[in-house]
Design a protein around this ligand. Sequence first.
Ligand code: PMP
Ligand code: GLN
Length: 403
Amino acid sequence: MASLIDRSGMRGRVSAHRIDGVGTSIFTEITALAVRHGAVNLGQGFPDFAAPDFVKEAAARHIRDDHNQYAASPGVPRLRQALADDWRRRCPGAPDVDPNDEITVAAGATELLHDAVLAIVNPGDEVIVFEPAYDAYAPDIAMAGASARAVPLGQPDWTFDPGLLSAAFGPRTRALLLNTPHNPTGKVFSRAELEIVAALCQRHDVTVISDEVYSAITFDTVHVSIATLPGMFERTITIDSMGKTFSVTGWKVGWAIAPAPLSAALRAVHQFVTFTNATPFQEALADILPIAARDGYYDQLRADYRRRRDLLSAVLRAARLLPLPIGGAYFLLTDISGRGFDGDADFCRRLVSEYGVAAIPTSAFYADPSAAPTLARFCFAKKDETIAAAAPRLAALASKNPP
Ligand code: PMP
Ligand code: GLN
């Protein structure tokens, strides 16, 4: 049937140059393939298990209590107070943060990363990123009219060469985007590594945007916020989110902690991107944080994730997909070279369509995918049954495509 709307009226390009090269995210693409093929989805990072009851009850309570209208743009005051208290609990010895002008609540870390880059980076500036880099960083930097300078994290333990990092700083460097615990590698930056980053950022007067959304998910290692190092609070925007910590990625409540001048810049952008995000979920988080701190929630979360990690690790090993060691986050990487696939993207496409398991090709985290190692990322934020359901499918792969 002919369309009633004339779609031929636009001449020339309809999109702005700032989104040239911004395609569909790898997570959207792989999840769509997983749905189409009825696959076990170990691709996109989201829990498929229920959120804790105390978390859900808090949100339900605030919806019932008619917290339905706009929250204050920087976040509801009692949530900002709860986040300031939580910072004191998590970073003992670090200076307190002021909930009035050093904390901003927004629609998840994704919005805050975008806000932070737009707030401090000018066209023509450079932003240093460690590569592999989370998929949002490159578009955020490009939309600010800036360019990314990648510093490689090398296998097997994803360390960086301090010489290469130092060489990446130049007169146009405005910011450094850090991610610890790191997606996709599971690397947790050590204090010594953060000290190297901090010294260079201070020497070159560079601002750090530190993405710490997996701060609560670590194994046998301690998460250190770079903002707590001497001289760093004043030049760091620390971003975190309740999505991973409370298994509610769809609630989209994130926050940024930064000194007042950086927070003011961030708030200027946030005000006209979303202005504010869901009030009942913000109110809920204000209740949830003190309960979690009191009731051993974080130890339980780590223990649960350790079990899930070990379960997925055993399933992968049985399929002769050897997982690399991790320090945090909820992904395992396996080297799939020498298995008869034309790179990690081909592996993931065939894994989902022929064997019914979805995973993420890590080349999506590189500016030049052809230079990436051939690694597939499997998410273990999944029910035991989900991970177990992948076992026979991966075993089928192992028998057809042995190492
Ligand atoms: N940063 C990293 C490293 C992530 O893995 C994710 C996705 N979970 C985000 C940011 C986005 O977080 P949010 O869901 O709070 O927007
Ligand atoms: N952070 C999630 C991951 O790494 C995906 C989030 C998204 O789809 N934007 O899998």
